[in-house]
Structure formats: structure tokens, C-alpha cells
Design a protein around this ligand. Structure first.
Ligand SMILES: [Zn+2]
Length: 131
């Protein structure tokens, strides 16, 4: 399992995370091939909790983004958000991963990042390939 991500997209997410006093979040759109996910577009979605410790994507903005991407033949292959601490899943993230079993890209505000997915109840790290 691998997350294939464009450098420019990763850099944009890292830059926003670095600049933001609250968690940033959004969607990774693209295509799945076997177990690998290829990201073609990213969309930042407002964190309606406006919190440095948690995030919740603004639902209407999120639904609109998904609809628009689906019209272009893209699906949600992952979601991303930032931490102001280590980029590893929190307890809240774990619950979120149960509800939304896609790849979770987590970045911090210092340029570190990781990708995770819940597999049969345990969190697995997903390899990231930047292109
Ligand atoms: Zn988190």
C-alpha cells in the first residue's frame, strides 16, 4: 500500500500547516490502483472547530468538493490534517479513521509528515512516494 503524492501538493499542505495556528484539513482526490492511491488534486476545507487540537471539516464545503471531484472522475483517496505536535494519529483520529477508512495523511508544523490507515482494527503506516 502506497500513497503517491505530488511534491507541490505536499509542500502546499506543509506550508499551510506551518503558517496556521489551528489544525488545517482537507481532502486528497485521485484514483486507486490495486492498493495504491494516486493523488491528483488536493482541496483545503475549513476546520469548523478552529482548534489547534482537533479538526472537523466544514460539511457543506466538503460535500461540494467531493461532488465537484466526482464529476471529474476523481474519488476521495485520502484526507489530510495537521498537528501542532507529532504527526501521528491521536485517539480522536483513530475514531475518525474507523468512520472514514481511507488513507490519513498527517503533517506537523515543522515539515514532518506520515500517512496511516486502519487495517483490521490496527493503525498501519502507509508508505508515501512523492513525485
Ligand atoms: Zn489529528
Amino acid at each position: 500500500m502506497m500513497l503517491v503524492l505530488k511534491n507541490e501538493h505536499l509542500n502546499e499542505i506543509l506550508k499551510r500547516a506551518e503558517e496556521s495556528p489551528v489544525e488545517i484539513c482537507g481532502l486528497l482526490f485521485g484514483k486507486k490502483k490495486d492498493t495504491d492511491a494516486f493523488v491528483e488534486e488536493i482541496r483545503f476545507i475549513k476546520n469548523r472547530l478552529n482548534s489547534p487540537y482537533a479538526f472537523e471539516m466544514e460539511p457543506l464545503e466538503m460535500i461540494r468538493a467531493i461532488d465537484e471531484a466526482e464529476e471529474r472522475g476523481l474519488e476521495v483517496v485520502g484526507i489530510f490534517h495537521s498537528h501542532l505536535c507529532k504527526p501521528i494519529p491521536s485517539e480522536g483520529d483513530r475514531k475518525g479513521m474507523e468512520n472514514w477508512p481511507v488513507i490519513w495523511l498527517i503533517v506537523d508544523n515543522e515539515g514532518n509528515y506520515g500517512a496511516f490507515m486502519l487495517e483490521r482494527g490496527s493503525i498501519k503506516e502507509v508508505k508515501i512516494q512523492t513525485v
